[in-house]
Write a protein that binds this ligand. Structure first.
Ligand SMILES: [Zn+2]
Length: 425
């Protein structure tokens, strides 16, 4: 059974029955799914989870879905939480973990989680066509999910999408349409489409449900730490939804008494300096988010007018966390540091997270003696252009041992400067 009670406005508190809905009809604020938390507490316990497979459906009572997943609902989520001792030493913390959604199934980003919930609801509400505006990862996840679940899919993106993300969308048969402009302009168009066409637009009229999929990152982190909350989490921010949902998951687990430590986790946010409306607000102690024109290589985070920015900043403040941002050169250095210390190739957003974690530790914003979790949301194979621009030249030799030995004896070529050309949005 489902423990979903309906939707509620985050600002004015107005309640609505379950339905496709983009925001509150009174005040336009985002909507939150409400649950019978007490009912969930009676229905399931950490012990009873043990026999279930490791996927988002493991936590189905906490999600707006009914009963068992169908055969068409694939095992999304259940990604590893990896101890990262070498990176911990480099950052100067004792216990560091990587929540590695770079290997999330099926399209190698955390967006597979939100799409799974959105498509489950799309079916429940009777949609046969789904759509989204996307900076890339959502495009991949929706295209794959729609193919598996039998929906027709339309994907709308800014024109400067990375090659890998285009290929990873088209291969599934989705209709991809690029628009000249940035994500925020494409997203505004999607709101108009949602009013005219009978489509389930996953991040518009299905957004309250879609966003709930992100809570599973929080449940998994807590369970993988032995039902304990970490000291802090560093999470990349684009629209600002994921960070709030990790906090919501931790909060639900604390209310149910599933986590044993009394101290909460400090929720920290990471942005690219070239698109940092949320981190700038946090650093300035401002409530309101000032929209920006994105100009960063971290295109998956290039949302200048983040829908959940205000709430992300509030979550960060309320949990005693902080936010920082990273320049393009720092982002590439962060990607390399993660790869070279832990063997994990994350996309540009991962470089943002690692670079920001470095700053937060240096600024003593996180406790170096409590576990720190870095949320890696996407795979580096999708943003090869960012890293290709700084690779050392590769030697090409005639296949003779003497050539190899001459090469090895010569001094290494100097490191490449970060010659990065961010795309103007
Ligand atoms: Zn309202």
């Amino acid at each position: 059974m489902s423990f979903e009670l309906g939707l509620q406005c985050r600002d004015c508190g107005k309640q609505f029955p379950p339905q496709p809905m983009a925001g509150c009809d009174e005040c336009f604020a985002p909507l939150e799914v409400r649950y019978d938390l007490e009912g969930i507490g009676h229905a399931v316990s950490p012990d009873r989870l043990r026999t279930r497979a490791h996927s988002i459906w493991r936590y189905r009572e906490f999600l707006p879905v009914a009963d068992e997943p169908s055969a068409r609902e694939r095992p999304v989520g259940g990604t590893p939480l990896l101890a990262a001792p070498t990176l911990a030493k480099a950052l100067g913390v004792r216990d560091l973990y990587i929540k590695n959604d770079a290997v999330n199934f099926p399209t190698l980003s955390f967006k597979d989680r939100v799409v799974a919930i959105a498509l489950s609801k799309a079916r429940e509400f009777g949609f046969s066509t789904v759509a989204c505006s996307s900076t890339g990862n959502l495009a991949n996840a929706l295209a794959a999910g729609a193919a598996a679940a039998g929906f027709e899919a339309y994907i709308f993106t800014p024109a400067d999408l990375e090659e890998a993300k285009i290929a990873n969308t088209l291969v599934y048969g989705a209709r991809l349409i690029k628009f000249k402009g940035n994500y925020d302009q494409v997203n505004r168009l999607c709101s108009e489409i949602a009013q005219r066409y009978p489509w389930g637009i996953v991040n518009v009229n299905l957004r309250p449900y879609y966003a709930e999929g992100s809570k599973t990152v929080g449940y998994e982190i807590a369970e993988q730490l032995g039902w304990r909350l970490p000291g802090a989490v560093v999470c990349p921010m684009a629209g600002g939804s994921l960070i709030g949902k990790i906090a919501k998951a931790f909060d639900e687990l604390r209310q149910l008494g599933w986590v044993t430590n009394s101290e909460g986790a400090r929720i920290c946010g990471a942005q690219a300096t070239g698109c940092s409306p949320i981190s700038q607000a946090v650093k300035a102690g401002r409530d309101e988010i000032e929209p920006q024109r994105p100009n960063t290589i971290a295109r998956s985070l290039a949302i200048g007018s983040p829908a959940d920015g205000f709430y992300a900043a509030r979550t960060i403040r309320q949990t005693g966390g902080w936010a920082e941002d990273a320049t393009d050169a720092e982002i590439v250095a962060g990607m390399q540091l993660l790869a070279r210390t832990e063997g994990i190739f994350g996309e540009t957003a991962a470089g943002v997270t690692v670079a920001v974690a470095q700053k937060l530790v240096a600024q003593k914003r996180v406790d170096p003696d409590r576990p720190l979790v870095l949320v890696i949301t996407g795979n580096g194979l999708k943003t090869l252009d960012a890293i290709n621009s700084v690779q050392a030249p590769i030697p090409v030799l005639a296949p003779k041992l003497s050539n190899l030995e001459a090469y090895l004896a010569a001094p290494l070529p100097p490191a490449q400067p970060a010659a990065l050309a961010p795309t103007a949005a």
